[in-house]
Design a protein around this ligand. Sequence first.
Ligand code: ACO
Length: 325
Amino acid sequence: MTLYSRITGTGSYLPPRRVSNDELAQELAGRGIETSNEWIVERTGIHARHFVADGVNSSDLALEACRHALEAAGRSAAEVDLIIVATSTPDMVFPSSAAILQHKLGIAGCPAFDVQAVCSGFVYALTVADAMVRTGAAKCALVVGAEVFSRILDFNDRTTCVLFGDGAGAVVLEASDTPGILASDLHADGSHVGILCVPGHVSGGQVLGTPLLHMDGQAVFKLAVRVLEEAARATLAKAGKTEADIDWLIPHQANIRIMHGTAKKLKLGLDKVIVTVHEHGNTSAASIPLALDSAVRDGKVRTGDTVMLEGVGGGFTWGAVLLNL
Ligand code: ACO
């Protein structure tokens, strides 16, 4: 009997247009908004982000990431029997980006759905997929984070528009006789809806409210550092492990200061933290699988390593997954 699920391949994709802080600052200056490379680097660690071209959607980025993940796993799309896409920037109100992705992969029939937990979306999606694989509902799942946050940024708000980028990351999660996913711990607290949200909605053929991202950065920052430590400790306890067992910490890539704060609380050296925020910015649900794939392809994270993934974001949502790669 299969008891476990295991990641057998990773993949990612960034749209080709790389926008440096200087380029963004120049564009914003044209709108009368003042920012600088120095401010962005010092407060966030971000040097650049990628933005999609007009007409490119989350499912397009997801498709490329999935192709790379399937290739790494040695699987074909025809073998996939579950697709979960974590996204807050879906192609349409409905159907799901997962259903659209399924068709773009050239397959049909298997369950496909989106998970909406903002920047925690990937750890939520991975936890759901793990449960489905362990109960025998799926044997070969694609778990994806894909976002086009550039579409929901307010480029007149310098406190948020410099932080985010577009991209996608994916893993192939397969049934396994040996443990891959060791434990996970998910949470949400809807009392914090207002500190990070896109409050607009579609009604009667119109968008009502603001369809652009709003964030109280300092409130998010304080909550993030606290809950990331709690989620990591709870996940370690569930798995019967300690901080010393963690080979790599892959936190949501929002802000280098949050990542360093979390590592310090967990008494992990900064050399154990995978950081891609400098090149990707905050890609929300895509950030963790993007960072995981980049670390795997760099040869840093290897088969057999114990990895802690941690997400935090709008909702407020947060969670962690501990796994053996
Ligand atoms: N360029 C220049 N100056 C700026 C900019 C900018 N882009 N943005 C803000 N400032 C100014 C502010 O106006 C303020 O000026 P003042 O002192 O004259 O009022 C000053 O810089 C300091 O602003 P703070 O908001 O205090 O800056 P802080 O150090 O808190 O950094 C930041 C802001 C980067 C947003 C930080 O709070 C943060 O990272 N928060 C967490 C974000 C996060 O983790 N999100 C994760 C979830 S994302 C999701 O779920 C979608």
